[in-house]
Design a protein around this ligand. Structure first.
Ligand SMILES: *[C@@H]1O[C@H](CO)[C@@H](O)[C@H](O)[C@H]1NC(C)=O
Ligand SMILES: *[C@@H]1O[C@H](CO)[C@@H](O)[C@H](O)[C@H]1NC(C)=O
Ligand SMILES: *[C@@H]1O[C@H](CO)[C@@H](O)[C@H](O)[C@H]1NC(C)=O
Ligand SMILES: [Zn+2]
Length: 974
């Protein structure tokens, strides 16, 4: 059954999800490696590109790209000599020890962009079975499978060494073994070669059994020029000069532990490093361009705390003698957890207190802790197949938060988890185009598509739910048992369920009639989540669950259900009740006004998946509020009767601190989304938000602002925007006043973070004191030199955006020139976004051109960030959309490889679409470019679904919201 993949949303920030930053900037202004620098290069490249991703056919039909299971590899010797400063070719060989599980006449392995030297291929028997020779070699580029057909049968139980020599190529696609360039402080070009194998690109570097379930040990040997360093998963054990090749040596690395191909990694570069001696058994180093070494301090200092804490948490030591982390000028993901050699984009590993904001520091910590958590979840125990990707990504995300929270205990990270992870994914997961987190995939294209918000954030959210319904000590015990039982092996989700159930029953934290599998399968095998509706009567409450969907009764535009595209009004009661008979096992927790206890997060009652209603008794009577889903530990929404909503509102108004800050964030997020879905009237939901004028905590504010962002997007071009703006200002100005515009370095982290959002929103809404302060600082900044610090990095984005938006050509050019000179990734990223704030249409137009022009100064990987900044500008949106319509084919070619960029530009361009005309244009776009949408097919479906939903919402709610704002306005002024 392979339907689910068809409904995937691609709107989603592929792996950048890990940090919450949709587009991160890396160091080089130069679009490095876009051109081939040697004469032989282009010809050589041609040979390869016939089978590369740019024209990789969509996976069709039933042919599976999976490897047969008749052979298993146990050991690899991989030798590679990459000519980084030469013609970019790679001389390589592999010797793979294979064990025969079932008799076969074929050796089938993964490979792409590799030219085999057919005459070198041979099988050497390790236990004197009958010799076999290779009769024929074939290659299937669609399935990325190489086959050697043998003249005899390999017999069960025997072992062979498969030997092959080949030629590879250092590509510029940021996958496999690829090349990258940066300029040092003197402007000299420095080339390097790095790997990015996850999920399916180890096969670009050497032929291999490239599936996570095939674990083996690896001997890596790399040839390098003597002015460079080679690093791999394991420590170097020898360096030997190469006979007849002056200035070259072979580096040999120690044999790895049993591991999957996707976490093999190596790097050949001239980086410098800083070393930490904080770890007992492991030498830890951070590598970066020498010019950026001073930015490695935070990463050097914070990682040992996190690693040590997780070692204790799992009670399993980190098994490698060394751990390297490296910051690359060009990197596909934010970070990649290669065992013993974790690689990052610069912005995700480097931090400069003078020029990087608290937000970028926190993102860095998230990514770093996430990658460290992978050393257990993913590297030690690996998902057997990519269908269970969430098993490693969900855990790395959640355990990363836990580890990082230990290192930075005053940052409220576990509270922030709710607004960073749960709230955004609850929105996505209530669309028809969502997908289950455990999902069948086969072809590499399908595998890439599940590296999305659903796998990461929903995965992490339901793991948090489990931690609470099992209790932390049971959860810990179950995890340790799971990790110990399956280490150096692979696992399926059922394995995890088994160990957690065992621990839960032993400890009595899980009722004996329940298993973790019974409960959790309802959360992992289907998409979506329930809304729990609460009806109270005297001291009882009756709870019911329904599937919560934003877009009308339960049908989708693709796959098994149909989205009613002609719906103009969301019906009230949009939760799907008819077609779904099976619900979720829902852990219910609650507390009440008379006896508020927000620490009790262990399940008080279970709601079963048969959708029978659940009774809670012994509550206070109906003059007092109750709150369900304490600390929002359950992955669901809650809707109350109107009397309870009213009491909650009154509590918030009179003394909100009685309610836990996570539950305040929950009330805001639930109310506004229930209203969006037609389950709660907007006036009630908006009334809840009114207490924010007295709210000074970061987490509820962040949740509120995410929801206000949506309202702002919907209203921005409508006559009622002024009223909305005034209302939002009336809420945000007290927060702004409480933190002030000026950053104080000694403020606590969360105060600074609050300032970031208060200043951003106050200026965005045109609040004069904010705009004036920004403009004045921007003026000074223009006059200043590069290394001068005029304002805190925490207000950098806002100051730059404001200055550029009220300025003209001169201001824009000044900022552009600073962008090209900056040595700090996060500063460059801030400037790049701010450059999209200008109101000069011609400048925006030129900026848009540059975004898609090689060597313009904007890297290919940053093009979608620039596009997004322009599309997010009221003046720029139509420009961006027109550009997309006119130049789609060029854009498609520019982003040749199946990157997430195509879906991002679609998402950015259409984020605010809410009129029938725009829906029509979008439909026309879809049909005009049918068959030429590349990896944006699903993003477009999703954009269309959202745009239609927005049209319906505007239709149904615009007047109601406006009226509420008018009344509010009058009550304010009157
Ligand atoms: C050599 O092997 C490749 C597969 O790697 C195959 O496509 C090609 O046809 C082979 N060439 C010859 C001459 O057998
Ligand atoms: C290393 O030496 C080679 C050969 O002299 C040169 O081409 C290359 O630029 C040098 N690389 C670095 C990073 O200095
Ligand atoms: C290589 O690894 C083995 C096994 O862990 C260890 O005994 C040996 O000392 C290592 N060799 C070097 C040179 O580090
Ligand atoms: Zn990850």
């Amino acid at each position: 059954m392979k339907i689910s993949i068809m409904k995937l949303i691609l709107l989603i920030l592929m792996v950048t999800a890990a940090s919450g930053e949709p587009d991160l900037l890396s160091e080089q202004a130069e679009a490095s490696g876009v051109e081939i620098v040697t004469e032989i290069g282009p010809i050589f490249q041609k040979e390869f590109e016939t089978a590369t991703t740019c024209d990789r056919p969509q996976h069709q039909g039933n042919a599976s790209a999976r490897l047969p299971t008749v052979l298993t590899p146990s050991h690899y010797v991989v030798r590679l000599q990459p000519f980084i400063n030469g013609n970019l070719s790679i001389h390589g060989s592999v010797d793979i020890t294979i064990n025969v599980v079932e008799a076969t006449r074929r050796v089938v392995i993964n490979m792409i962009d590799i030219i085999t030297k057919n005459e070198t291929v041979q099988l050497v028997s390790l236990n004197s079975s009958a010799p076999v020779s290779v009769m024929q070699q074939t290659y299937d580029p669609k399935l990325q499978l190489y086959t050697a057909v043998l003249d005899g049968e390999l017999t069960v139980g025997s072992s062979y060494i498969f030997h092959m020599e080949f030629q590879g190529y250092l590509n510029d696609k940021l996958v496999g073994f690829y090349r990258s360039m940066y300029r040092d402080a003197q402007g000299t070009e420095k080339w390097l070669a790095a790997t990015q194998f996850s999920p399916t690109d180890a096969r670009r570097a050497f032929p291999c059994f490239d599936e996570p379930g095939f674990k083996a040990t690896f001997d890596i040997q790399l040839a390098r020029q003597t002015n460079m360093t080679a690093i791999s998963n394991m420590p170097l054990i020898s360096s030997e000069p190469i006979d007849g090749e002056d200035g070259w040596v072979w580096d040999t690395f120690n044999t790895t532990l049993p591991m999957s191909t996707y976490i093999v990694g190596f790097l050949i570069c001239d980086f410098g490093s800083v070393t930490s001696n904080e770890l007992n058994h492991t030498v830890y180093k951070v590598w970066t361009r020498k010019d950026a070494l001073n930015q490695a301090t935070y990463a050097r200092d914070v990682a040992p705390d996190i690693l040590t804490y997780l070692e204790d948490y799992f009670n399993i030591p980190f098994p490698l003698p060394k751990l390297d982390m490296a910051a690359l000028p060009d990197f596909k993901f934010n970070g990649m957890e290669n065992w013993g050699l974790i690689m990052y984009r610069e912005i995700a590993l480097l931090y400069d207190p003078q020029f990087s904001s608290v937000a970028s520091q926190q993102n860095l910590g998230y990514v770093l802790a996430h990658e460290i958590a992978h050393q257990w979840f993913g590297n030690l125990v690996t998902p057997h197949w990519w269908s269970d990707l969430w098993l490693k990504e969900g855990f790395a995300s959640y355990m990363g938060y836990i580890g990082f929270n230990y290192a930075e205990p005053t940052w409220g990270l576990l509270d922030q988890f709710v607004m960073d992870y749960i709230h955004p994914v609850l929105v996505l997961d209530s669309l028809h185009s969502s997908h289950p987190i455990s999902v069948e995939v086969d072809h590499p294209d399908e595998i890439s598509e599940i590296f999305d918000v659903i796998s990461y954030r929903k995965g992490a959210s339901i793991i948090r739910m489990m931690q609470h319904f099992l209790t932390e000590s049971t959860y810990k015990k179950g995890l340790t048992n799971y990790l110990n039982a399956l280490k150096f092996d692979s696992a399926k989700q059922d394995d995890l369920w088994h160990y957690l159930t065992e621990a839960g029953h032993e400890d009595g934290s899980l009722p004996s009639e329940l298993t973790v599998k019974l409960v959790m399968d309802t959360w992992t095998l289907k998409e979506g989540y329930p809304v729990i509706s609460v009806m109270r009567q005297n001291t009882k409450a009756t709870l019911e669950q329904e599937w919560f969907r934003l877009g009308g009764a339960g049908n989708s535009s693709r796959g098994r259900a149909k989205f009613a595209s002609d719906t103009t009004k969301p019906s009230s009661g949009t939760a799907n009740s008819s077609s779904e008979t099976v619900g979720w096992w829902v852990p219910i927790t609650y507390t009440s006004q008379s006896n508020p206890n927000f620490n009790r997060t262990h399940t008080q009652q279970w709601m079963s998946d048969d959708r029978k209603s659940l009774q809670i008794t012994g509550l206070p009577n109906m003059t007092q509020w109750i709150i369900i889903n304490v600390q929002e530990t359950g992955y669901y929404r809650v809707n109350y009767d109107s009397a309870t909503w009213k009491m909650l509102h009154e509590q918030l108004k009179s003394n909100h601190s009685v309610i836990h800050l996570i539950n305040r964030a929950q009330l805001l997020d639930d109310a506004l989304n229930l209203a969006r879905g037609g389950l709660l009237d907007y006036p009630t939901a908006l009334t809840i938000t009114a207490y924010l004028e007295k709210e000074y905590d970061f987490v509820p504010w962040s949740s509120a602002l995410m929801n206000f962002d949506y309202l702002k997007d919907m209203f921005e071009r409508a006559g009622g925007y002024g009223l909305l703006k005034n209302y939002l200002l009336s809420l945000i100005v007290p927060l702004y006043d409480s933190v002030g515009f000026d950053d104080n370095v000694h403020d606590p982290h969360l105060t600074k973070y609050k300032r970031v959002i208060a200043v951003k929103w106050a200026c965005k809404l045109g609040y004069a004191p904010c705009v004036n302060s920004s403009a004045a600082l921007f003026e000074q900044w223009m006059q200043s030199s590069n290394n001068e610090s005029i304002f805190s990095p925490n207000v950098q984005r806002t100051v730059l955006c404001t200055g550029i938006s009220i300025g003209g050509e001169k201001e824009w050019n000044a900022a552009w020139s600073r962008y090209t000179q900056s040595n700090v990734g996060s500063e460059k990223s801030d400037i790049l976004s701010a450059l999209g704030c200008t109101k000069e249409v011609w400048i925006l137009s030129r900026y848009l051109e540059w975004a898609f022009t090689p060597n313009s100064g904007i890297r290919k990987q940053d093009a979608s960030q620039v596009f997004g900044a322009i599309a997010d500008n009221t003046v720029g949106r139509d420009l961006a959309w027109n550009y997309l319509q006119d130049r789609w084919i060029q854009i498609l070619e520019y982003f040749s490889s199946g990157s997430g960029h195509l879906s991002k530009v679609i998402k950015y361009a259409t984020a605010t679409f809410n009129t029938p005309l725009l829906v029509k244009e979008l439909e026309k776009f879809q049909s005009d470019y049918e068959g030429h949408l590349g990896s944006a097919v699903r993003a477009l479906d999703q954009a269309l679904e959202s745009a239609k939903l927005n049209v319906a919402s505007m239709d149904a709610y615009y007047d109601i919201i406006l009226q509420w704002l008018e009344n509010k306005d009058q009550s304010h002024s009157g």
